[in-house]
Ligand binder design. Structure first.
Ligand code: TEU
Ligand code: CA
Length: 556
């Protein structure tokens, strides 16, 4: 298989609203990102993924686009974007944008036209249906709570919205809509951007006829993923999109593809198809979302990642991630921010970062940021959280109960402003920020961690440098060790006569093990998150709570 540049890359995800405010309005912006490029270059990342920066009324913080070719007023201008891109390129970094193809804002001119009359030429660019017996066209639930349909009184029909009611779904069955999208995508690529993360791409196709789902529990609206996620035919859309746009450029594309299995992923990202460079899969985090209180099931995690690693080796490519703007912070989910913040943040980092694939870091993850603190329901900003609150109140749950659940799960947790230093507003802004700063910023911030001898930040920087210097850590084969060990995630990466052994204790208890790579030589230690005693050889190994070590091994 050929080796494109993005195999070697490390991606850093920026949530622009919360990264850096340059003009004192409390909202992060493009000039803020430009001002912090030197930090990213010091850290060693290669690609910056900017969450949506397009014109938007901000119902879902930019994932509701009203003009694909304009910049959100709060973030700056197209000239600011061009400068950001040039400055990133000057530092040898690339920039990918977040492409929202499944829906637009209800303020997009296309939707305004579409809703204006039943025979408007753009009517069919969205999904309109008549109601049924005075109710919604079918029983599908929106991913953001409530019905997936909203009645538009002007024409007496309902439109489909899988996400918020201000994010009407586009009708990908319509060829002129698709062509308009391809024109827009090429327009950005011709500008010189380096690729896209494609939002909710596995939702583009809806089950033909939009049928009702069985409703044994007599729910008002039925969870409807089976009808609009990874439906047969979705790949035809991906294929055409890719041929009409992506494949004509040397870029990186990463599709957010919930529901796609490893076996299916070969068709999405397989080298011979060239449809997408990689996809963001959801399997490992459903481990957490199914039962947030259960703690990390290390054996299940190994099984899931292992399947992705094995299936895509030499056939496709993985995107590796633990955090993003839709998930609570990983040290709060699977680590131990109270007792072992540094250790757990760095052990989790080592575990996923050195697998085969392109690692993604979400802003603040490199500091080991934890979830924030919420005092009242009024503090939640996210449209999804606000809809959940309304829903749970309607179900009669009391506010303290709702608060406890959202404090754990809300997307706002990872959207708090980036803490740059311990000054007022964490060096993010001279004004009060749009979302409350995580109160731990006085201890957890960039400046403090750069100064410290030992910090999560320095560790990420070393991890990035180690991976960049070692082809075996990029292209090598992944093999799992200690498959049934319930504490340790251990694997090797091998390429020809070069090899590495990665071992991470992912629990807050000491862990012991034996395996065939023993004894290990102390001088073969490539990276560790804690001081390792300098015995010349290690026979029987003990890993302290959240200890992580990387050794060079001789695979021959
Ligand atoms: O998220 C989409 C998304 O999370 C779904 O694809 C997924 O299937 C479901 O939520 C799983 O529970 C993206 C963005 O990352 C998110 O921030 C946006 O709110 C959303 O799309 C709508 O654009
Ligand atoms: Ca600003």
């Amino acid at each position: 298989m050929e080796r494109p540049w993005w195999h070697e890359a490390v991606v850093y995800q920026i949530y622009p609203r919360s990264f850096m405010d340059s003009n004192g309005d409390g909202i992060g912006d493009l000039d803020g990102v430009t001002a912090r490029l030197d930090y990213l270059s010091w850290l060693g990342v290669d690609v910056i993924w900017l969450c949506p920066i397009f014109r938007s009324p901000n119902d879902d913080n930019g994932y509701d686009i009203s003009d694909y070719q304009g910049i959100m007023a709060e973030f700056g201008t197209m000239a600011d974007f061009d400068r950001l891109l040039a400055e990133a390129h000057r530092r040898g970094m690339r920039v990918i944008l977040d492409l929202v193809l499944n829906h637009t804002s209800d303020e997009h001119p296309w939707f305004i036209e579409s809703r204006s009359s039943r025979d408007n030429p753009k009517r069919d660019w969205y999904v309109w249906r008549d109601g049924r017996n005075g109710r919604e066209p079918n029983n599908w639930a929106s991913i953001f709570e409530g019905s997936a349909w909203k009645l538009d009184p002007a024409t007496g029909q309902y439109f489909l919205h899988l996400f918020s009611e201000r994010q009407p779904d586009l009708n990908w069955e319509n060829p002129s809509l698709r062509q308009a999208m391809y024109d827009m995508v090429r327009w950005w690529l011709d500008k010189g951007i380096d690729g896209f993360r494609i939002d909710a791409i596995s939702h583009l196709k809806k089950a033909p006829g939009l049928p009702d789902l069985p409703n044994p529990h007599r729910l008002r609206y039925v969870p409807s993923y089976d009808m609009h996620m990874n439906q047969p035919g979705v790949l035809d859309f991906v294929d055409e999109l890719s041929r009409e746009t992506f494949q004509r450029y040397d870029i990186m594309t990463v599709g957010e593809a919930n529901g796609v299995s490893p076996a299916q992923a070969v068709e999405w990202v397989g080298g011979e198809h060239r449809r997408l460079s990689m996809i963001l899969q959801f399997e490992h985090w459903t481990l957490w979302s199914r039962d947030p209180h259960a703690g990390l099931d290390v054996v299940a995690l190994k099984r899931i990642f292992g399947r992705w690693q094995r299936t895509l080796h030499e056939r496709g490519w993985n995107a590796l991630y633990l955090e993003n703007h839709d998930l609570p912070r990983v040290v709060s989910r699977w680590g131990d921010p109270q007792r072992f913040r540094y250790e757990s943040a760095t052990a989790l980092a080592t575990m996923y970062f050195l697998m085969e694939g392109t690692p993604f870091i979400y802003q603040g993850q490199e500091l080991g940021m934890a979830n924030t603190v919420f005092h009242s329901l009024a503090e939640f900003d996210d449209v999804f959280a606000r809809n959940r609150i309304a829903q749970m109140r309607a179900e009669g749950r009391d506010d303290s109960d709702i608060l406890a659940e959202l404090a754990l799960a809300a997307r706002d947790n990872s959207r708090t402003p980036m803490p740059w230093d311990d000054s007022a507003n964490a060096g993010f802004s001279s004004a009060e920020p749009w979302l409350r700063i995580n109160p731990e910023y006085r201890a957890v911030n960039v400046a403090a961690q750069r100064k410290a001898d030992r910090s999560v930040l320095h560790f990420y920087r070393r991890l990035i440098a180690l991976r960049a210097a070692e082809p075996a850590l990029i292209h090598g084969r992944y093999d799992l060790l200690l498959e049934r060990n319930r504490q340790i995630y251990a694997y090797t990466r091998t390429l020809g006569d070069r090899g590495f052994l990665i071992m991470c204790n992912l629990t807050s208890r000491e862990a012991r093990y034996r395996h065939r790579h023993l004894p290990l030589r102390h001088d073969a230690l490539a990276l560790a998150n804690q001081e390792v005693p300098a015995h010349p050889v290690v026979m029987q190994c003990v890993l302290r709570p959240f200890e992580a070590r990387v050794y060079r091994i001789d695979p021959t």
